[in-house]
Design a protein around this ligand. Sequence first.
Ligand code: SF4
Ligand code: SF4
Length: 441
Amino acid sequence: MQTSFTPAQLADPQVAESEKILRKCVHCGFCTATCPTYVTLGNELDSPRGRIYLIKDMLENGRAADKETVLHIDRCLSCLACMTTCPSGVNYMHLVDHARAHIEETYKRPLADRFIRAVLAFVLPYPSRFRAALKLARFGRSLSGLFGKVPRLRPLSSMLRLAPSAVPPASKAALPGRHAPAGERRGRVAIVTGCAQPVLDPGINEATISLLNRLGVEVVVPEGEGCCGALVHHMGREEQALAFARKNVDAWLKLADQGGLDAIIITASGCGTTIKDYGFMLRLDPAYAQKAARVSALARDITEYLATLDLPQPVIAPGLTVAYHSACSMQHGQKITRQPKELLTRAGFVVREPREGHLCCGSAGTYNILQPEISARLRDRKVQNIEATRADVIATGNIGCITQIATAAKMPIVHTVELLDWAYGGRKPAGVPEAKEAVRV
Ligand code: SF4
Ligand code: SF4
């Protein structure tokens, strides 16, 4: 694609980076076929190619974001299916991240929108605030229908609808400390405990630590780590996202320098995509550029890490059929497609892949709150495809997808690592049917 940025514009490193990305796009439109919003809405401006034109126009003319551009960029899920499809290697992720930051800087959203976004950014990245908000949501759930009737307040209605009816008690697994294996130590990792995940489903980190410990790996929950920054990053709140990233870089590298780390383990693929991008996000910060690149190089999804270990025979033969839902941040963001399915198969599960596996479930961070209508259409399509597999249980590697799919699916849904932990001697995840064969020992 031809661009016409001025030398003065290109002196801005963010603009220079986006210009490089824009020039790679050859307008072929292959990406439109796999874009969930184009597939759902059928509007070129809700396709990757359409958004690329809107971003180009906004940046090239050095103008503030307008209502139309904001509408179509806000509708983008950042699912990155377009990056998997694109034959020219267009880095849509970095382009849309820049566009979102530009929107945040130059566009004044309506009051209700600003309020909802401010609440999300204040609450979601902090487990104690999120836990308190979920408890409060129980009292406000009756207002969900009322809020749903006022278009500007629909996100509040979605927030209340998505809140679980009971909040599990806080787990000790999320507290800073060392979880040592019983026998000989074969490795040492840090675990990213996350912000929303330990509140919604503390069992995921518990299963991860328990499984790794049984496999001889020491797991450390670092002092001082926090939200990875993905939630606010996708809302264009760049400074807040970078502040989270710097804090985490300090916490994780302190551990790496003190006792060595084989990996930084992530159990939410949405966080994994962002942490693996810290090196890029902090590239312009001389004090953090190298350190952030080091952190990104150490970051591993739990399934990526488990696939490098010499695994024993499973303790039980579950014999259950699993519908594996590959989160967008897993398959498109991190290009992890093989390992979760191979690990499940090796552990004795029969893996089935739902149709249209490349399409997003509509969760996408805060998308299911901010864009409830499109999100619900994508969720229903996803659930229909998953249920057609007639599996016993759904497995995925991202808490956002678990929460989203659980609101409509009749089958139980768990994190992949919870099934693996069970097969290798851990506890059975709640809601999952009993193993079909006897314990092998
Ligand atoms: S990130 Fe997803 S929703 Fe956004 S343009 Fe790409 S394919 Fe479409
Ligand atoms: S597939 Fe890639 S090159 Fe083709 S229009 Fe989409 S982003 Fe541009």
